[in-house]
Design a protein around this ligand. Structure first.
Ligand SMILES: CC1=N[C@H](C(=O)O)[C@@H](O)CN1
Length: 301
């Protein structure tokens, strides 16, 4: 779906968490330079005035999801909760959409920030601004128990012409599969659990996603006859793709992004970042020092 095809009203009709408001505590405000102005107006001041920020998530655990109590959580929302408290914003409202609609919905103002662990990619950097990354993650395939097709990587799927790959709509894995010539053998799912069910129902032979996401999904379906292949880093057009997830902002909100990013990097420096995401399965090896500037650079041209 492209930005032109998403209206605010159509989009909200499709959201699951639109009406939820989640209270968070207030803490002292860190100093923020509000003298600089964004082309799109001073969104940070508007958010502070209204006391709440709308957060875009794709209900992909453990990155960003609404839990059984209706509370927005996950590694990215929990970081955002702390950062927005420090920026003087009391509440976060979840806005849930499929992964492929996160960018267009941000662009049309359905929410103020994407907190879904979205990878920074040069193509996405042309559409939105990113913070620096909060994590890095390898990939895994979800396959039927016993791995009947004997595939462990996307390259294995390329080599075995009868294997169909399941992909999450709008995901980086979709672009990897396209680049590897797998478009004709791709089956697109709108959520992680529809992908998991798709493997069980033999609609695809292997579902490609981050190790973190698929590990979390199978832990919630322990009796399903499924298994995970070992973690790996895909090589696409000669380049290693270790995905680095970050927060997304509209392109006309550079000052807002910078204020958020400064707090994020303070948390990285003092160890709060890892401490906040650790309960969601992230460890030292998922931490990265790469910057948004490095990750937005297109090395393919
Ligand atoms: C959190 C997440 N990141 C990847 C992406 O940004 O496309 C995909 O693996 C989908 N989910």
């Amino acid at each position: 779906m492209c930005a032109e095809h998403v209206t605010r009203r159509n989009f909200l009709r499709g959201t699951a968490g639109g009406a939820l408001a989640v209270a968070i505590g207030v803490s002292a405000c860190a100093p923020v330079d509000l003298t600089a102005q964004d082309a799109g107006g001073d969104l940070l001041s508007r958010i502070r005035d209204r006391g709440e920020v709308n957060i875009g998530i794709a209900n992909e655990s453990p990155y960003g999801f609404v839990d059984s109590a209706g509370r927005i959580t996950g590694e990215a929302p929990e970081l955002a909760r702390i950062i927005f408290q420090r920026l003087g914003v009391e509440r976060m409202n979840p806005r849930v959409t499929d992964f492929g609609s996160l960018i267009p919905a941000l662009q049309v103002g359905v929410f103020d920030v994407i907190a879904a662990g979205m990878f920074i990619t040069p193509a996405r950097c042309k559409q939105i601004l990113f913070s620096d990354p909060e994590y890095q993650a390898p990939q895994t395939l979800l396959v039927p128990k016993g791995n009947p097709k004997g595939v462990n990587t996307l390259d294995d799927i390329v080599a075995k012409k009868d294997v169909r790959v399941g992909l999450l709509t709008g995901s980086a894995e979709t672009t990897y599969a396209d680049a590897l010539g797998l478009k004709d053998r791709s089956v697109i799912f709108d959520s992680v659990f529809s992908g998991l069910d798709g493997i069980l129902a033999n609609r695809a032979d292997a579902f490609a996603l981050t190790t973190i996401s698929l590990r979390d999904a199978v832990s919630k379906r322990p009796d399903a006859p499924l298994e995970l292949t070992p973690a790996y880093v895909p090589i696409i057009e000669g380049e290693q793709k270790l995905g680095c997830g970050a927060f997304g902002f509209r392109r006309d909100q550079r000052v807002f992004r910078d204020a958020f990013n400064a707090e994020l990097n303070r948390m990285r420096a003092n160890g709060e970042l890892l401490a906040t995401v650790r309960p969601f399965g992230f460890t030292e090896s998922e931490m990265t020092k790469l910057t948004v500037a490095e990750l937005c650079t297109d090395t393919s041209s």
